[in-house]
Design a protein around this ligand. Structure first.
Ligand code: NAD
Length: 392
């Protein structure tokens, strides 16, 4: 079929298999150009199909020749409809990894469940023996607790009082104001349950008890801090509480299991998860313009190459006072933040394209779903039903 983007708010409900492949190949090129010895060799990536998890998988495989096992929750093609972007990304990744002679398998299912953890351990035992890096990169709006069967939803809300600020209506390409009501009831507890550290701990306990963590294994989960202007809805909001819990979990995992667990604070980038957060897309558009002009702009793959090569497997983790790895350092540079703060109050719908890199934001967003990639013929009839090579 001929596949066109069908955008609904902050998601695109279609994805292009060849476009996703082109995007994955672009990232592989970046990773190959940063080949380095002394990195991870057998890597489990939980949340490996899009965004930061996919890029960590690509950086592990193509900068470090690592074997990778990826876990994700994606939609294969059904009834002639395109699969989700993460599915096509994973197909493209596996094909490229196999071409390069690397082991690459994927498990599609709910990472929060006991079944997927057990299936993962079985696969590691059969194929890899032990793993030396566990990457935890889930972003999910809901989680069912495997012990109680109870389901929780995460929300993106400020705590204490409502928050009003400027935002970007990406449907209308307009800058306007948004008010987000304060969290109430169980909002904070439920968001921590979904996006906090509990599931990461469950994974690490299960892997350790099964004896599949190699001596000296490392683990990393991702977080975000960002500028003061997004703190009410992010760092000081419900999601920020969940991220604090991820930091608690890192310390607990390091104490309880034979594994050094870290939180890496990453830069703001366009992903399916970040485009859903109010206020953030406008901030990202302004940030990109400033960082591109300074020559410090990075996307997921450049961030993850730097995380592995220079921090996790580099000479110096450069931990901050709270013990976190900071690859958001270039984003948080005072002159970058000052430049964003100068533009923030002045930007309007009329100056959106001049004062920010909204064009770059839009193109990044389309790229997430395999659209707008050079060298792809979008008028061509393409096969949508494509199996994961490792499932064949
Ligand atoms: P993303 O939406 O691109 O990726 C989420 C991944 O989680 C996908 O692989 C998806 O399949 C998987 N997933 C979701 N629910 C699942 C489930 N139940 N079972 C198995 N897999 C599941 O998100 P992202 O932006 O790359 O976020 C990953 C991490 O990075 C998050 O912790 C996020 O907070 C953090 N982070 C993101 C940004 C940013 O700007 N996007 C910045 C810093 C940190």
């Amino acid at each position: 079929m001929i596949i066109k983007p069908r955008i609904r708010g902050f998601v695109c409900i279609t994805a292009h298999p060849q476009g996703c492949e082109a995007k994955v190949r672009q990232e592989i090129k970046v990773a190959l150009a940063a080949k380095k010895d002394g990195g991870p060799k057998k890597v489990l990536v939980i949340g490996s199909s899009t965004g930061y998890g996919l890029s960590t998988r690509i950086a592990s495989a193509f900068s470090h020749d690592a074997d990778t096992l990826g876990i994700f929750f994606e939609r294969p093609s059904q009834k002639g409809k395109p699969a989700s972007a993460g599915w096509y990304n994973s197909v493209a990744f596996e094909n490229a990894a196999h071409e390069a002679g690397l082991y690459a398998k994927s498990i599609n299912g709910d990472a929060f469940s006991d079944e997927i953890k057990a299936q993962t351990i079985k696969t590691i035992k059969a194929d890899l023996g032990q793993i030396d890096l566990v990457v935890y990169s889930l972003a999910s709006p809901r989680r069912t607790d495997p012990k109680t069967g109870e389901s929780y939803r995460s929300v993106l809300k400020p705590i204490g009082e409502s928050f009003t600020n400027r935002t970007l209506d990406t449907d209308k390409n307009e800058v306007n104001e948004v008010t987000i009501e304060a969290a109430e009831g169980d909002d904070v507890a439920h968001t921590v349950k979904v996006m906090g550290g509990e599931d990461w701990e469950l994974w690490m306990r299960a892997l350790d008890e099964a004896g599949v963590l190699a001596p000296g294994a490392k683990s990393v989960a991702y977080s975000y801090i960002g500028p003061k202007l997004t703190w009410p809805v992010y760092t000081n909001g419900t999601i920020g509480q969940a991220k604090k819990d991820v930091e608690r979990a890192a310390a607990a995992i390091t104490t309880k299991h034979a594994c050094a667990a870290y939180v890496a604070v990453n830069k703001a980038v366009v992903t399916q998860a970040s485009s859903a957060i109010p206020v953030v897309p406008l901030y990202i558009s302004i940030l990109f313009k400033i960082m591109k002009a300074k020559g410090t702009h990075e996307d997921c793959i450049e961030q993850m190459v730097r995380l592995l090569n220079e921090r996790l497997y580099g000479d110096d983790l450069q931990l901050d006072a709270a013990g976190r790895i900071r690859v958001d350092d270039w984003e948080m540079a005072p002159e970058v933040q000052q430049a964003v703060a100068d533009i923030w109050p002045a930007i309007t719908s009329d100056t959106l394209y001049a004062q920010s890199d909204y064009a770059g934001y839009q193109s990044n967003f389309l790229n997430l779903f395999g659209f707008g990639l050079p060298g792809v013929d979008y008028e061509e009839d393409v096969e949508v039903e494509i199996d994961l090579p490792s499932h064949g």
